[in-house]
Design a protein around this ligand. Structure first.
Ligand SMILES: [Zn+2]
Length: 377
């Protein structure tokens, strides 16, 4: 019992090594396999500006970076770190051979219409709707680029609905854990990255089919939706999405280990998991909404520095809506924000009392744009 209390204390201290780590019996590292979908000759979905294979590689590498920096008792293995073609069965193989504890395949969605928007996360299983079936069909169709795909996938035809019946007969030992993980990802996307939540779903994805561990496939958004594509290719958007997946991973492993130890999660722990300042990665949800709306936002720039100032720096005391951006290796800081130029002009006058050199800057999707051009428009 005392052991259990000690373990809980370790978790609550907030440094988020997992439960066993750092105690007298250090466990082996947990292994996470991150799978950036597509690659090489397989571009995946294409939007107006970007390809799925590039977007998901960027996001996957960011997820891995967050995990490596913040969860020292996890080992991250990537199915690809460059733009290369990897067959679907090989991706599952990498996870199986490494005895992974969790497999996450990261993809971006597309649709014939430019209307659908939002994120969805899948566990392996038989689809319940035509829409979910079509997503699996699209992701599976890449096998036709592989040699011997007929024999490798036991005659599976990605485009024939009959082929998918095998998934209804499948026993999925890891379904519950996979669904839990999927719901953590969707929750983070919804609450922190402010994405439209299309829910946790099941469908027959070949990449998940032969994995022998909890596994999910994440669709981070639609490249076919113009504003969502902008979000997906922006640094900010990718950070939101990657940090959301990272937090879901952390939560999954902490809950998972507590369950093994038969501990009930406390409210305090739940709060720690969702409100830890290190892990909420200081993104202001308003900024992501700005990014999605694609509208111009005016801010007042007060200072810049070659060294990064914390947003809790005394210089910002008493001001809200502090925003940092980087330009030419310099960190620049603004306060206040408004979509109306007339409003920000009034704010500028007030701010100038304390910062005489302050001036107005304009942003679109959190990227600085030319103020004069914006006003002329
Ligand atoms: Zn894909």
């Amino acid at each position: 019992m005392i052991g259990k209390i000690l373990l809980i204390t370790l978790v609550l201290l907030g440094n988020f090594t997992f439960l066993g780590y750092g105690s007298d019996n250090p466990k082996k590292k947990r292994i996470l396999v991150l799978d950036a979908g597509h690659g090489g000759k397989d571009s995946g979905a294409t939007g107006q500006k970007a390809k799925e294979k590039d977007i998901v590689l960027d996001i996957t590498l960011k997820v891995g970076m967050y995990v490596e920096q913040n969860l020292p008792d996890m080992q991250v293995i990537y199915t690809r770190k460059t733009d290369e073609f990897i067959p679907l069965d090989k991706r599952a193989d990498i996870a199986n051979k490494n005895n992974a504890d969790l497999f996450i395949s990261i993809h971006a969605n597309s649709n014939k219409s430019n209307k659908p928007v939002g994120t969805e996360t899948y566990a392996m299983g038989l689809h319940k709707t035509q829409g979910n079936f079509e997503v699996a069909q699209k992701e599976n169709s890449v096998i036709v680029l592989e040699e011997n795909y007929h024999s490798k996938y036991e005659g599976f035809d990605p485009n024939s609905s009959e082929s998918y019946i095998i998934f209804s007969l499948m026993q999925n030992t890891y379904l519950e854990k996979s669904l839990n993980m999927a719901s953590y990802v969707q929750e983070e996307f919804r609450e922190k990255a402010k994405r439209t939540d299309r829910g946790v779903k099941q469908a027959g994805f070949l990449v998940l089919w032969n994995t022998s561990m909890p596994s999910i496939l994440v669709e981070v958004g639609f490249v076919s939706h113009p504003n969502e594509e902008e979000f997906l290719i922006s640094e900010t958007g990718q950070d939101y999405l990657a940090s959301s997946i990272y937090r879901a991973i952390k939560k999954y492993f902490i809950y998972f280990e507590m369950e093994e130890l038969e501990l009930a999660p406390t409210d305090e722990l739940r709060n720690k998991l969702t409100n830890n300042p290190i892990d909420s990665i200081i993104y202001d949800p308003n900024k992501s909404i700005t990014a999605i709306n694609n509208e111009v936002v005016f801010r007042v720039q007060i200072t810049s520095s070659t060294k990064k100032l914390g947003l809790d720096h005394p210089i910002f005391n008493g001001y809200s809506d502090i925003f940092e951006y980087k330009e030419n290796n310099t960190f620049k800081y603004t306060i206040g924000r408004s979509a109306k130029y007339e409003e920000i002009k009034i704010e500028l006058q007030n701010i100038k009392v304390k910062f005489p050199g302050a001036f107005i800057v304009a942003f679109k999707n959190n990227n600085r744009v030319d103020l004069k051009q914006v006003i002329d428009q």
